[in-house]
Design a protein around this ligand. Structure first.
Ligand code: MG
Length: 428
């Protein structure tokens, strides 16, 4: 065996990858965890390769691309494994392969930490803060409901709170209506998926009107102590995004998120010329060509790419370091579909990045957390990991299998389609 133990008891990087597996879990099957096993007894790592809409494709890519590419490699060659897997199909990463590479990358950092006997954040340079601040998700169908939800988080110790109102998060909603009424086309023109008469429709102008009013009411009620954010979900037309950013300026948000879709990021130049509302962007990005100009030109304030969509800890730490030089902070995206392994990967980066800004909260059930011993905990607006070597989280494969519902997992899964009154698609 090629094991070599240093005088301090630390294992040198002599481990070799013997097996790469996909473990699919969550009841709906949307979480995919990569497990990398080695020739060293008991030494393995796990990483997140979850993709909410393409879980089966991710599993196939792990089996058909990742496993044959990695088996036999030394686990310590993290950078080279990342580079050579990225280009292994000639074209660079797409969202599926980026996630697959991320799963391997996190697992290799997990292994490196276990070999070194250190948590990953210490391999990244050590702590820059005592714990990781997290923002809450508050919502309501009315401003009264929203105020009550915000109050509940404030009472529970939270400082950073995302505020969303109504069906589209900003009250930009046209109620269901009869054909020919409420801005809808006549009945003979209505067919799925263009028929919004029964489920309501997105209305840009209503949204543009309601969101500043919402923050006016919130600031009047709570003052300027709480740090508020808002997520536009890329729903506005570009000129409306500029107008919204301007209208929000008096309410001094911590940031507004995804005010533009990725296709129209050039409009950030206009936004930055007319107002100081901080901009968070990036959760749909997968490639450095998409985010590099925004960082270099200082067009955004918070980088929100998801660690697992960036390709893992290896590229994410480079992004964080680059952002530091340009005055951009990190706010790695998490969201409702995130898993506890990706959450901890972000946590280690958060601890070790001076220019960290904020982490998004997650909600997991007790049954889901039971699958991941060592998972992070969030208390009064702060997230805490543990000091175990590596990422500090493991996977209980029996619990993972018990949680998994094959029937639900087999269902096709698509992003919900929001539409305007005329039936046209609003890009997410
Ligand atoms: Mg978002």
């Amino acid at each position: 065996m090629d094991t070599a133990i240093a005088p301090g008891g630390i294992l040198h990087g002599m481990a070799t990858i013997t097996r790469v597996r996909a473990i699919r879990t969550r009841a709906d099957g949307t979480w995919v965890i990569v497990k990398i096993e080695t020739n060293q007894p008991g030494l393995y790592g796990i990483g997140s390769a979850s993709d909410h809409y393409r879980a089966g494709v991710v599993v196939a890519a792990i089996n058909e691309v990742l496993a044959p590419k990695l088996v036999g490699r030394d686990t310590a060659d993290i950078e080279d494994i990342w580079q050579s897997t990225l280009t292994s199909g000639y074209w660079r990463q797409d969202s599926v392969m980026g996630t697959v590479i991320a799963g391997a990358d996190m697992a290799l950092w997990d292994i490196l930490g276990k070999e070194a006997g250190l948590p990953v954040y210490r391999l990244l340079g050590g702590r820059c803060r005592a714990a990781v601040p997290v923002y809450a998700h508050a919502a309501g169908n009315t401003i009264e409901e929203l105020i009550a939800d915000v109050q509940h988080y404030i009472d529970d110790g939270w400082v950073y709170i995302r505020c969303q109102l109504g069906a589209y998060g900003g009250g930009g909603f046209l109620e269901p209506a009869s054909p020919g009424e409420g801005g809808r086309p006549r009945a003979s023109a209505l067919r799925a998926p263009f028929d919004t008469t029964k489920r309501g429709a997105f209305d840009d102008e209503a949204y543009l009107q309601n969101v500043p009013e919402m923050f006016g009411a919130l600031r009047q009620h709570f003052g300027y102590g709480p740090k508020f954010t808002h997520d536009v979900h890329e729903h506005l037309r570009p000129h409306q995004a500029v107008a919204l950013a301007q209208a929000l300026e008096p309410h001094r948000l911590f940031f507004v998120e995804d005010i533009l879709p990725p296709e129209h990021v050039a409009y950030y130049r206009h936004i930055k010329q007319v107002c100081t509302t901080p901009q968070a962007m990036g959760e749909l990005f997968i490639n450095s060509a998409e985010y590099l100009p925004l960082i270099q030109e200082r067009l955004i304030d918070y980088m929100r790419i998801r660690v697992s969509k960036a390709g893992g800890i290896t590229p994410a730490r480079k992004i964080a370091n680059l952002c530091e030089f340009y005055g951009v902070h990190t706010a790695w995206q998490e969201g409702g579909d995130n898993d506890p392994v990706n959450q901890l990967a972000a946590y280690h980066l958060d601890l070790a990045s001076w220019n960290f800004g904020i982490q998004e909260e997650n909600h997991f059930t007790d049954g889901e957390l039971a699958v991941f011993p060592g998972h992070a905990v969030t208390e009064r607006g702060y997230m805490y990991g543990n000091e175990a070597p590596g990422l500090g989280v493991d996977i209980d494969e029996t619990a993972a299998a018990n949680l998994f519902d094959a029937t639900r997992a087999a269902q096709p899964r698509f992003m919900a389609e929001d539409r305007r009154a005329d039936g046209s698609l609003v890009r997410p």
